[in-house]
Design a protein around this ligand. Structure first.
Ligand SMILES: Nc1nc2c(ncn2[C@@H]2O[C@H](COP(=O)(O)OP(=O)(O)OP(=O)(O)O)[C@@H](O)[C@H]2O)c(=O)[nH]1
Length: 322
């Protein structure tokens, strides 16, 4: 296909200039403007189209650079370098014009072939681009599903397996987000602990204990509004971070939680589905950190337990233990 016929070769050789070339010699570079076509009389030339396009190795009777010749001042689409020393025929635009007059049939045959070569190259390029597009699409799809899996995994890491509430890691992340957004104002903290939970486990077994913990989680979930956070801190200890501007508001939430658990306890179920709860409540001081909030709520919870459980105790700023 790329080789010239005897007639073509003889015609081109009659006007072209012969040039000896050495291995390693660069004939032109991609982007150079050129008007010369080359025919290889002997030796070999390599065309490098760059990026990941397949290069071409050309031998005797093959031609290249024809677009420069036909269009004039065409930017070369490849680097052309001599691989094996030999002889090239160089044909310039003006010389080609003379050939058109001298032998129009041979030239028109050559032109038809040159055009077909350009079209085939274009089609090859389009196919490659399509394939690359598909590869990119596939890479994008797998990236999307990886991102989806990652966000699912992240959600799992933040979640307590038994209750579906946030776990301690989820709480820390939530607090960091709030602190970053300056959203730690107007919050109340409830620290919740099951009363005599060990007894539930001992009496009815661990699975029943698990169900009771899920029951407590359900109460907290039902109280938490958008932006609030219900969390299982570990074992039979939970916390609830709620939007509440005043002590009364925080206490309303707390009394509701204790009252609901206690109310359910009044409908005896064997095995039990819930247990009584003790709560320590406080207002969150945005100037301080989680450890301080927790210490205050924990001091109140400690009192609630000491007073027999099934109740809420409040902790003011002023009474923070040293
Ligand atoms: N079923 C179950 N039990 C758990 C789980 N995590 C911790 N526990 C048990 O929870 C119990 C907590 O006991 P304690 O901290 O003594 O609390 P308590 O019996 O409620 O005592 P008070 O708080 O003083 O009323 C322990 O027996 C733990 O083994 C869990 O995921 N499932």
């Amino acid at each position: 296909m790329a080789e010239l016929s005897d007639d073509e070769y003889a015609l081109f050789a009659s006007v072209a200039r012969s040039r000896r070339v050495r291995a390693g010699e660069a004939l032109f570079r991609r982007g150079d403007l050129g008007t010369t076509m080359y025919v290889i009389a002997s030796g070999a030339v390599e065309l490098d189209f760059g990026e990941d396009l397949v290069g071409k190795m050309l031998g005797p009777r093959e031609f290249f650079g024809e677009l420069g010749l036909l269009i004039g001042d065409h930017a070369r689409s490849a680097d052309a370098g001599v691989v094996t020393e030999g002889e090239l025929l160089e044909l310039r635009h003006e010389e080609f014009q003379r050939l058109v007059e001298r032998s129009p049939e041979v030239v028109s045959f050559f032109l038809r072939r040159a055009i077909m070569r350009v079209v085939l190259n274009e089609q090859g390029l389009i196919r490659r681009l399509r394939r690359r597009n598909q590869d990119l699409q596939a890479a994008l799809d797998s990236l999307r599903s990886t991102a989806h899996q990652l966000s699912q995994t992240e959600a799992l890491i933040r979640t307590d397996e038994l209750t579906g509430l946030h776990n301690r890691r989820g709480l820390i992340q939530h607090l960091q987000d709030r602190q970053r957004n300056g959203a730690t104002h107007g919050l109340g903290l409830l620290l919740v602990d099951c009363d005599r939970f060990k007894h539930v486990n001992d009496e009815h077994g661990h699975l029943v204990g698990d169900r009771v913990l899920q029951g407590v989680a359900n109460i907290l979930r039902s109280v938490a509004g958008p932006g609030d956070l219900a969390c299982r801190l570990g074992g039979d200890e939970f916390c609830l971070l709620v939007k509440a501007e005043t002590r009364d508001e925080v206490m309303r939430y707390a009394e509701f939680v204790v009252g609901t658990a206690h109310g359910l306890m009044q409908m005896p179920q064997v095995p039990p589905l819930i247990c009584n709860l003790s709560l320590g409540a406080c207002q969150v001081d945005p100037r301080r950190e989680w450890n301080d909030w927790y210490a205050r709520a924990d001091a109140a919870l400690y009192r609630a337990k000491r007073l027999g459980g099934n109740r809420v105790e409040w902790q003011d700023d002023a009474r923070v233990p040293a």
